[in-house]
Write a protein that binds this ligand. Structure first.
Ligand SMILES: Cc1cc2nc3c(=O)[nH]c(=O)nc-3n(C[C@H](O)[C@H](O)[C@H](O)COP(=O)(O)OP(=O)(O)OC[C@H]3O[C@@H](n4cnc5c(N)ncnc54)[C@H](O)[C@@H]3O)c2cc1C
Length: 346
């Protein structure tokens, strides 16, 4: 039996594990967070459930719809209310994306990774932050931040956002001429930062839209959506807004205390929606995504170390900051790992 270590249990890591579920490869997944699904995770609070990272998975080409439906129809939601747009001046205009699928699940986006892992035999170890990777002979090993060692493995697949992957490439004793080139290419991927605010209100709101997106990228609010449009998320008679601030605002206010910055955000939302009631949420929450969205992909250099069993996957490898891109890239890279390990046994 051959073995693989996947670092990161986001959509790409889950897709890779799923791609190998019909093989006898022994898969271990090490994930720093308490849960799975990374930037497409869900949080629960005060009887509500909300997607504070990715809001939904879209289908650019039908195969994602088929794949998502194949994970089970129970609890699968397709948000049918439309996304409208707004500009720097706060003018709200009807959008034109009403026919697009916007998939999520009653229990949250996190279901995507949960359902994928559920159909594999992979062992997922949460709260395990990988600090260093190493090559010993022909095999890979990793060490977590508590000093625990894992491995050896026949292959290693790194899926954290590019800056965190670049850090792992710095912390290696593997003395190979490809490492500096890899580290430089991976470290060069730029990211936009997003701070998400979650605003809860003890009243229902009637709007003709599910979400509002700022199209000219000049407003401090980048995106705003109504979580109650997702069945089973918000109790009747209440409403919950997910507000993603623009990358510029988020970078400038990333470390501002929540209790102070939420007033500023709620005021902006209230002005945008032209309703003073939105300036006073009865409770709130936030999540900072330092590495929210990669601006571009990485060069083909990332495939150079595959002959040594070192692989990479994620939205930054796909070159598109979208759930479906991360999913398909994870599946594709999982298949490449499978081919590598099959060949290594010959
Ligand atoms: C605010 C926001 C809104 C978004 N909205 C949408 C949307 O509506 N639709 C859409 O399609 N996309 C959206 N995206 C993008 C989408 O979330 C990502 O493209 C996708 O989830 C990336 O998946 P991934 O597996 O590549 O990376 P990640 O989800 O980042 O997974 C990487 C995993 O690695 C783990 N990790 C990192 N370092 C270590 C370490 N050292 N050791 C162990 N584990 C580690 C992380 O905890 C994480 O779980 C959004 C993203 C953000 C941040």
């Amino acid at each position: 039996m051959t073995s693989l270590c996947i670092v990161g249990a986001g959509v790409a890591g889950a897709g890779a594990a799923d791609a190998l579920s019909d093989t006898d490869i022994d898969v271990t997944v090490l994930e720093k967070s308490r849960g799975v699904c990374g930037r497409a995770a869900t949080r629960r609070k005060n009887g509500c459930r909300y997607d504070h990272g990715a809001n939904y998975v879209k289908d650019p080409d039908d195969r994602t719809t088929e794949f998502v439906r194949g994970l089970g129809e129970e609890g699968l939601l397709d948000v049918t209310e439309p996304v409208w747009t707004f500009d720097a001046a706060g003018r709200i205009t009807e959008g034109d994306s009403r026919d697009d699928h916007k998939f999520t699940w009653t229990e949250g986006m996190t279901q995507l990774a949960k359902r994928l892992f559920a159909r594999t035999d992979a062992e997922v170890k949460n709260q395990t932050r990988v600090a260093a990777i190493d090559r010993e002979g022909e095999r890979w090993s990793v060490v977590d931040t508590d000093g625990n060692g894992y491995g050896p493995f026949d292959a290693l697949l790194l899926t954290p956002p590019a800056p965190q992957t670049a850090a792992l490439l710095s912390d290696t004793r593997w003395d190979d001429e490809r490492i500096p080139r890899l580290r430089e290419a991976v470290g060069a991927v730029d990211y936009r930062t997003i701070r998400t605010y979650v605003l809860h209100y003890p009243f229902e709101q009637q709007q003709p839209w599910y979400g509002l997106v700022n199209v000219d990228k000049e407003h401090d609010v980048g995106w705003l959506s109504r979580e109650e449009c997702k069945e089973g998320r918000v109790p009747d008679g209440e409403s919950l807004l997910v507000v993603q601030m623009s990358p510029e605002w988020s970078t400038a206010h990333y470390d501002d205390p929540l209790d102070e910055s939420v007033d500023v955000v709620a005021e902006k939302v209230s002005t945008l929606l032209d309703d003073p009631a939105f300036s006073e949420p009865d409770w709130y929450d936030d999540q900072g995504w330092r590495y929210a969205l990669p601006d571009e992909g990485v060069s083909d250099i990332v495939h150079e170390a595959e002959e040594e069993g070192l692989f990479f996957a994620g939205d930054w490898v796909a070159g598109e900051a979208r759930v479906h891109a991360a999913l398909w890239n994870g599946i594709e890279q999982g298949e490449r790992v499978g081919e590598y390990l099959a060949a290594s046994r010959l």
